[in-house]
Design a protein. Structure first.
Length: 332
């Protein structure tokens, strides 16, 4: 029979609640205060998001109840007409298409710049390049819009003509010879705007790639590209996805640059080079001041759709990362 002796001077065993607090690092007053502030901040963000969603939903319901057309499929925006008719089909098309164009252009370039800075360029060259990329993020969107309208649009005729000559048969790149104020131009401007966001986040992720794995691959005779393809890119995949989603969020909601470059028409054209379409943010910015009460509610309803699209995009990105364990850098 085992006899267990207990030392009366030993400290009492902490309770389960105390063990949980200790695991969270909340045993000292400063830790408890910080824990409360952190928790309160997280709850506050959720409350603000819920309040925004409730406001948008309420005002959108008022507008849609008075709409005499289908809000999701109508190719017209006339909330002040008799009867009021408005829909978001053209706005959804323009927003999604211009954002896709921006992502197709920006993501490969941003990843290439990030890889060049972290794994190819010498330090004396990589530092200035990273600094210039950082400066792009500080440029106001209205400056991008002015540059796009005054510099980019007049100088795209050659590119548009080339695309029409060689790719016009696809229908996507047919050009009628007009001004280059189209969704394709908007996509180029948005790509330049989101480039620093994707580049900076991807650069920081690539820098965290395990040096031991890279050195081991090089010691086994792998080329620099093979090291990047087999170790750096798999390690940084989740970071690149997150960076792309951040860039996409800005592209979806960009206002002033799009409003200054695009010639919006409430019509959907198959060609990306001809004027047509519009975006949610551009439509709200251009029509809000002159809108009637019903018109403002209609614009808020379109803002609710953009709000939902943004949430879905970010939620899809988180779902992709969560379901693919190999995207995690910790498992690389």
């Amino acid at each position: 029979m085992d006899i267990t002796t207990q030392n009366p001077s030993a400290p009492p065993k902490p309770s389960e609640a105390e063990q949980k607090r200790a695991a969270r690092g909340a045993t000292r007053p400063g830790d408890r205060i910080f824990l409360g502030l952190s928790r309160g901040s997280g709850i506050l963000v959720l409350v603000i998001m819920a309040a925004i969603a409730a406001f948008l939903t309420y005002r959108a319901a008022l507008a849609i109840s008075k709409d005499e057309a289908n809000f999701f499929t109508t190719f017209e925006w006339s909330p002040s007409g008799t009867p009021p008719v408005f829909g978001i089909a053209v706005l959804a098309y323009g927003t999604i298409v211009s954002s896709i164009i921006a992502m197709v252009i920006a993501v490969p370039i941003a990843v290439g710049i990030a890889l060049f800075i972290t794994h190819y360029a010498p330090r004396k060259l990589g530092g200035p390049i990273a600094y210039v990329v950082d400066l792009l993020a500080a440029v106001p969107s209205i400056v991008y819009g002015l540059w796009g309208a005054l510099v980019l649009v007049p100088h795209l005729d050659g590119l548009y003509g080339w695309l029409d000559d060689y790719l016009g048969w696809t229908g996507l790149f047919q050009w009628n010879g007009g001004a280059a104020r189209s969704l394709f131009t908007v996509g180029i401007v948005l790509a330049i705007m989101i480039l620093p966001i994707i580049t900076n986040v991807s650069r920081e992720v690539f820098r965290q790639a395990p040096q031991m794995i890279e050195e081991a691959a090089l010691a086994l005779g792998a080329t620099r590209w093979e090291v990047i393809r087999m170790s750096v890119l798999p390690f940084g995949r989740s970071g690149v996805i997150s960076a792309s989603m951040l860039g996409l969020g800005r592209a979806l909601g960009e206002t002033m640059a799009v409003a200054m470059v695009l010639s919006p028409t409430f019509d959907i054209t198959t060609s990306l080079l001809n004027p047509g379409g519009g975006t949610f943010a551009q439509n709200i910015a251009s029509k809000f001041n002159e809108a009637t009460e019903l018109g403002r509610d209609a614009l808020i309803a379109s803002g609710l759709v953009l709000f939902v699209i943004t949430l879905l995009v970010n939620g899809a990105a988180r779902l992709i990362i969560a379901r693919r364990k190999e995207y995690s850098g910790a498992n690389a």
